[in-house]
Design a protein around this ligand. Structure first.
Ligand code: A3P
Length: 348
C-alpha cells in the first residue's frame, strides 16, 4: 500500500509550529524583508511566510495565541522562529501585547537614515495610489503607456475616487496628517459615500496621486508637515520610547539598514551574536547584482534577488528640501541615539 499524505500535512518528524522567539518589529521601508530573507540563509532560522499582523490588528489579536502559532512554520527544537510585521513598531498597543506573550522575546529593529526612509515610503505610497486609480485591466498596459492620471480618472470618477481613498487610507495617506486609525475610518467613510451617492466630489484624487514629495513634506509657508506619515514614522525615538517602557534595552538590537545594503555580512554577524546562534551567514551567500544595484542571495537551491518592489528607483527630490528635512530631523536623531546608546552618524 503506497502511503499517501495530503501534501500540506507533510513535514519533518520532530518539528512543530512554535511561537516566534524573535520579531522584526520595523521600521517599514528600512529593509525588513531583506533582513528576514538574509537571516533565513541560516540553518537555525525559520521564518513566517507573510506579515502576520497579529499584535497590531485587533481582529487577529482577538483570535488568540493558538491562531498565531498556527501561522508559524514548522521548526526543529533549537531553531528560532522569526516573524516580521513592520507596523508593530508604530502601533501603541503592540509592545505590551508582545510582552504578554513572551517577556524575553528578542526584538530586531532595522532603521535607515530618516529622510531616505521617508522618500522610500513616499515612493511606495505613490505606486500604490497609481495602481489603485487604474482599472485592473489597464494596470499592466499602463506601465509603458505614460499617460497622466487625469485622463483615466474622468471615466468613472466616483469608483476611482473610492479606490484612491482606499489606497490612501490603507497606507496612511499621501497627504493626510491623521493617525492610522482615523485615516482608515475616513477612508471607509469615503468608500461608503462613493458607493451610495453620485454627488461625491472627485476633486483631489489626481492631485493627491500626483503630489510631489516636496509638496507633501513642506507647507507653502516653509514649515515641515510633521504629521505627514512618511515623516512621523521616521521620528524613531517617539515610537521606540514606548517599546523601551516595556522591554529592557538589551532585548532589542538596532540594525543599520543603510549598512545592510552595503555590507550585509557585517550586520548579520551582529544579529547572529544577538540571537545566540553560531556565525554561519557569510560572503559566499551573497553576490552583487549590477542590474538590480543590490546584493542578491545564494541559497543551496539557487540564487534569488528580492522582488522589484524592493530597491525601487526614488523620484528626484529637491536637494534644498532634503537638507531642510535633515536639519529638521537632527534633533530627533539625537534623541534616538540617546535612547539606543549609539550614534548612527546620520547626516545633518
Ligand atoms: P527602496 O525600495 O526604497 O530602495 P522593506 O522591506 O522594509 O519595505 O524595505 C525595502 C528596502 O529594503 C528597499 O527600499 C531597499 O533599499 C532595502 N534593501 C536592503 N537590502 C536590499 C536588497 N538586498 N535588495 C533589495 N532591497 C534591499
Amino acid at each position: 500500500h503506497p502511503m499517501v499524505f495530503p501534501s500540506s500535512r507533510v513535514h519533518f518528524p520532530k518539528t512543530s509550529r512554535r511561537l516566534p522567539q524573535a520579531l522584526i518589529i520595523g521600521v517599514r521601508k528600512c529593509g525588513t524583508r531583506a533582513l528576514l530573507e538574509m537571516l533565513y540563509l541560516h540553518p537555525r532560522i525559520q521564518k513566517a511566510g507573510g506579515e502576520v499582523h497579529f499584535f497590531d490588528r485587533d481582529e487577529n489579536y482577538l483570535k488568540g495565541l493558538e491562531w498565531y502559532r498556527k501561522k508559524m512554520p514548522h521548526s526543529f527544537r533549537g531553531q528560532i522562529t522569526i516573524e516580521k510585521s513592520p507596523s508593530y513598531f508604530v502601533s501603541p498597543e503592540v509592545p505590551e501585547r508582545v510582552r504578554a506573550m513572551n517577556a524575553s522575546i528578542k526584538l530586531l529593529l532595522i532603521v535607515r537614515e530618516p529622510v531616505t526612509r521617508a522618500i522610500s515610503d513616499y515612493t511606495q505610497l505613490r505606486s500604490h495610489a497609481a495602481t489603485a486609480i487604474l482599472p485592473l485591466a489597464e494596470q499592466s498596459a499602463s506601465a509603458g503607456a505614460g499617460s497622466g492620471y487625469g485622463a483615466r480618472m474622468s471615466s468613472t470618477p466616483s469608483t476611482l475616487y473610492a479606490k484612491l481613498q482606499a489606497a490612501h487610507s490603507y497606507d496612511n495617506a499621501l497627504g493626510s496628517g491623521a493617525g492610522a486609525k482615523e485615516t482608515a475610518m475616513a477612508g471607509m467613510g469615503a468608500r461608503r459615500a462613493a458607493a451610495t451617492t453620485t454627488t461625491t466630489p472627485t476633486p483631489s484624487a489626481a492631485q493627491l496621486a500626483a503630489k510631489s514629495f516636496e509638496e507633501l513634506a513642506i507647507f507653502p509657508n516653509g514649515t515641515v508637515n510633521e504629521a505627514y506619515r512618511p515623516l512621523s514614522i521616521s521620528m524613531y525615538h517617539v515610537h521606540l520610547h514606548r517599546w523601551l517602557e516595556v522591554f529592557p534595552r538589551e532585548q532589542l538590537l538596532v540594525v543599520n539598514g543603510d549598512r545592510l545594503i552595503e555590507d550585509p555580512v557585517s550586520q548579520l554577524k551582529r544579529i547572529e551574536a544577538f540571537l545566540g546562534i553560531e556565525h554561519r551567514v557569510r560572503s559566499e551567500h551573497f553576490y552583487f547584482n549590477e542590474t538590480k544595484g543590490f546584493y542578491c542571495l545564494r541559497y543551496d537551491n539557487g540564487d534569488r534577488c528580492l522582488r522589484e518592489t524592493k530597491g525601487r528607483k526614488h523620484p528626484h527630490v529637491d536637494p534644498v528640501v532634503v537638507s531642510r528635512l535633515r536639519k529638521f530631523f537632527a534633533e530627533y536623531n539625537q534623541r534616538f541615539y540617546e535612547l539606543v546608546g549609539e550614534d548612527l552618524g546620520w547626516p545633518e
